[in-house]
Design a protein around this ligand. Structure first.
Ligand SMILES: [Zn+2]
Length: 157
């Protein structure tokens, strides 16, 4: 036996039991299925979308995972671009970023390392810096990662 959700021409919905889908087709073809509400024999199967209707959370999670993947790819591309095209200045980053900002040296794209406090101080002085997304953590001799990993600076205006 098979159960179908049915709908008449006046949009009344009701359920009908059939031996199989061929049985439904035969009865519907002969006009033997009638709407219990209005008696219309103009009946069709209601359109069902169980995957969407029953599990909206799954669709959302899949979409979120997709967005997260896209962001990771974009971050990786940004980091690769910086590492390829910017000068790595290491711990001298705050000093070099300031020199560029105050015009004491030629403007050039650099990236390097700064502590959270140094990064805050630079930002307060109006030096345009940004954390480098997805940057590899550089480790010092003891093997401890330095934080934050890196920042990129570019003179604005
Ligand atoms: Zn009806």
């Amino acid at each position: 036996m098979i159960k179908y959700q049915l709908r008449c021409a006046s949009e009344h919905e009701f359920e009908g039991w059939f031996r199989d889908s061929a049985d439904y087709d035969a009865q519907a073809g002969k006009g033997l299925i009638e709407c219990p509400a209005c008696g219309s024999s103009e009946v069709r199967k209601a359109i069902m979308a169980p995957a969407v209707a029953r599990r909206p959370a799954e669709g959302r999670e899949a979409r979120l995972a997709e967005i997260k993947g896209d962001m990771l790819k974009a971050m990786t591309r940004a980091r690769e671009y910086v590492e390829k095209n910017f000068d790595y200045v290491g711990d001298k980053f705050p000093e070099e970023a300031r020199k560029i900002h105050y015009g004491e040296t030629d403007e050039r794209p650099i990236y390097g390392e700064a502590t959270g406090r140094q990064a805050r101080e630079l930002a307060e002085e109006g030096v345009a810096i940004a954390p480098l997304p997805g940057a590899k953590l550089k480790t010092d001799k003891a093997g401890a990662p330095k934080t934050p990993p890196a920042a990129a600076a570019k003179k604005t205006n």
